[in-house]
Design a protein around this ligand. Structure first.
Ligand code: PBG
Length: 329
């Protein structure tokens, strides 16, 4: 080496020497304003109810939702993503579009108590149907077009109650178009649609199904959610949703789908949301509780990675903790 003076000329370590330099050359930034927090609101409970498979996450009673959302607002979290857990379920998920449904009541309450909080609602029937599928069942199959009417009713009842954005997650064909058409006809032309465009049939939704009581009673969701093996198909889903009027597209889950996030980012110019789902949350929590990984460090690394891959906004159960950490610096 002594004969090679001036080698190496390029030294990557020069800009890694200290935090000031590192921060100057940092390419990706994570901010509380990019985080959206999913919340479960359950009917007929008086106390928060723990979800065993998701440490730190609970089902909220209506009475306490306002206070919790106020806390989130103080942390700088701009939006919540709501899931309703009704007491009554039936074949056609009637409570999903009932004026006094749990989610409709929760929306009204949040908008009354913390009006600045952006309320995004999940539009899907699986928490409301007795069979746990995301649409109407006939002969063991989920009917596409018949389900669209119900999903449109659900979305418009959310908006009537005060929702700021609706997010269809059912994966029926044509749902974005039907929702856009219905909302426009009812004078809700300003309400954006966040489409779960590339939603994969994933094992990572396991804990969510405990949290939301939405496991399918027979079969699985593979006839409507995407095959984890497909990437080109995700781009077709995105294109379709854009052509039907989506304002924001989504990739879900997150960590095993970084390539999809990247490809969607390169493929279109729409804002891109990424859902860091229940199983991804629980894995990190479980490992951290065992002392096997450092929670804060790993969570920040994962979320930064999702931003680096191309996500504009992150839907994550870690939102309150991350906002707190970001405040602490
Ligand atoms: C409803 C829905 C699911 C999730 C979000 N919306 C479950 C599913 O499709 O089975 C999963 C969210 C998570 O795992 O955190 N269809």
């Amino acid at each position: 080496m002594t004969t090679m003076t001036g080698f190496p000329i390029v030294r990557m370590r020069r800009t890694r020497q200290n935090e000031v330099l590192r921060s100057l050359v940092r390419e990706t930034h994570l901010q509380a304003s990019q985080l959206i927090y999913p919340m479960f609101i359950a009917e007929d409970i008086n106390e928060p109810r723990a979800i065993a498979s998701m440490p730190g996450i609970v089902q909220w009673p209506l009475e306490l939702v306002g206070r919790e959302v106020e806390r989130l607002a103080k942390l700088g979290i701009p939006g919540v993503f709501l899931f309703g857990i009704p007491t009554e379920k039936d074949e056609v998920g009637s409570q999903a579009y009932a004026e006094q449904g749990i989610i409709q009541q929760a929306i009204r309450r949040i908008k009354a108590e913390v009006p600045e909080m952006l309320v995004i609602t999940d539009v899907c029937l699986c928490e409301y149907t007795s069979h746990g599928h995301c649409g109407v069942i006939h002969n063991g199959d989920v009917l596409n077009d018949e389900s669209l009417d119900l999903l449109a009713r659900m979305a418009s009842s959310h908006v009537e109650a005060g929702a700021d954005i609706v997010a269809p997650s059912d994966m029926m064909d044509g749902r974005v178009g039907v929702l856009r058409h219905t909302l426009d006809e009812q004078g809700h032309k300003q309400i954006p649609i966040m489409a779960y465009s590339a939603k994969f049939a994933s094992g990572f939704y396991g804990p969510f199904r405990e949290a939301a009581g939405s496991a399918p009673q027979f079969g699985d969701r593979r006839s409507y959610q995407m095959d984890p093996a497909n990437a080109r198909e995700a781009l077709r889903e995105v294109d379709l949703d854009i052509s039907e009027g989506a304002d924001i597209v989504m990739v879900k889950p997150a960590m095993a789908y970084m390539d999809i996030i990247h490809r969607v980012r390169e493929h279109c110019d729409l804002p891109l949301a990424v859902y860091n789902v229940s199983g991804e949350y629980s894995m990190i929590k479980a490992a951290a509780q065992n002392g096997w990984i450092e929670e804060r460090r790993v969570v920040m690394e994962v979320l930064t990675g999702l931003r680096r891959a191309g996500a504009d906004m992150l839907i994550t159960y870690f939102a309150p903790e991350v906002s707190q950490w970001l405040k602490e610096g």
